[in-house]
Design a protein around this ligand. Structure first.
Ligand SMILES: *[C@@H]1O[C@H](CO)[C@@H](O)[C@H](O)[C@H]1NC(C)=O
Length: 365
């Protein structure tokens, strides 16, 4: 780094830290508790926070031994949350429903992105004009985003990312928002990358959005959520009924790494299936996540639904400083189930694997 840049970097660290400090105060009592957890360093209060955590998320443990073990994991996660807070001052990190899980348990049971290779035969999305993009954009304001769902203890993130993208594309094609079935993908999609045997989509053991879209294209479409409801378990039998298809894929493509192209595809084609590294998401409570250091190893599939800048002014004066991401961990996680992550440097790999979907336009209905 040359001298000018290192000075700029130090300055931006200072600015971002003070901005975060300024936004840390909150009138909401619960936030104060979280701030206390992440700011203070009171070992004695861990006990108190664990009690609050158990009550808030309805946790109970079968044996005293189990309870004591989970408490020790919880204390480790309080330290991790403090560490994340220092690395990511524009977000708030603290206690979440995952605070009694080790990072390995969290990855195994709540993520589920299986392979990290691009499918060799995926279409490349055409380059779109970017001059007239709105400064802020959110598909939730336009009715293209179904309510937040919950994958439970199942590595099926990839299926939620896929249904979210097709729900949006189907809304654009038909004007109707129909919630689609993840369980169909969990039970029926065993699509493999032909160049990588043993890499099939495999229910709660993980999968990939692009291969799920390939399955959906070949199968003819996805059923409604209510016609094929989510159980969050691998049931082994596929109950797909072709006569009840609610939405079909016309085509899907991979979007280039360029953030303006990602924004243009989002605005033109609807919410995008994206992959991300989720390590900061285990402790994320709110705000714009913009960690100084984050792995780009993709392990989670989510849905990009918008971008904005409100309430966040980083040193890089950009028009669209953060992405708005829909997650599949219920509404009690993050900002009512959503996550914000800064733009500008492919933070946590968020720009690395982006897919856009077009749905079949139907005139019948
Ligand atoms: C994908 O499908 C949409 C809608 O049917 C169509 O307008 C578009 O041209 C297709 N894109 C490609 C790359 O085939």
């Amino acid at each position: 780094m040359d001298r000018r840049f290192s000075l700029l970097f130090v300055f931006s660290l200072l600015l971002e830290t003070s901005l975060a400090a300024a936004s840390g105060k909150s009138s909401d009592g619960e936030d104060l508790v979280i701030q206390q957890v992440v700011d203070g360093d009171h070992p004695l209060s861990a006990d108190h926070h664990f009690r609050l955590f158990k009550r808030r998320f309805g946790k109970s443990y079968a044996t005293q031994e189990d309870h004591d073990y989970r408490f020790s994991v919880f204390k480790t996660n309080l330290r991790r949350a403090r560490h994340h807070q220092r690395l990511d001052p524009s977000a708030v990190h603290g206690v979440t429903q995952f605070s009694d899980l080790t990072p390995a348990e969290f990855r195994r049971n709540h993520l589920g992105l299986k392979r990290l290779r691009f499918p060799a035969d995926a279409n490349k999305a055409p380059i779109l004009p970017t001059e007239d993009l709105p400064a802020d954009f959110d598909w939730r304001d336009h009715g293209a985003v179904a309510s937040v769902k919950n994958q439970g203890s199942c590595g099926s993130c990839w299926s939620f990312s896929t249904t979210g993208a097709l729900e949006g594309a189907n809304f654009l094609a038909t004007g109707k928002l129909v919630s689609l079935s993840e369980q169909q993908l969990v039970d029926c999609d065993h699509e493999c990358d032909p160049e990588e045997p043993g890499s099939c989509d495999s229910g709660c053991n993980g999968g990939l959005m692009n291969s799920a879209l390939e399955y959906t294209l070949k199968a003819g479409g996805l059923m409604r959520e209510e016609d094929y409801p989510y159980s969050g378990t691998d049931r082994g039998t596929c109950k797909f009924d072709k006569t009840k298809i609610a939405a079909s894929v016309a085509n899907f493509s991979v979007v280039s790494l360029d953030e303006d192209q990602i924004a243009a595809n989002l605005v033109k084609n609807g919410p995008l299936a994206v992959a991300i590294n989720a390590v900061f998401m285990q402790t994320y409570v709110g705000g714009v996540s913009c960690p100084y250091i984050c792995s780009k190893r993709l392990d989670h599939g989510v849905l990009l639904v918008g971008y904005g800048s409100a309430g966040y002014a980083p040193i890089r004066m950009k028009e669209k400083p953060y992405w708005i991401i829909k997650n599949s961990w219920g509404e009690s996680w993050g900002e009512n189930g959503f996550y914000k992550i800064c733009q500008g440097r492919n933070v946590c790999g968020v720009d690395s694997m982006v897919s856009t979907v077009a749905a079949v336009h139907t005139t019948s209905n």
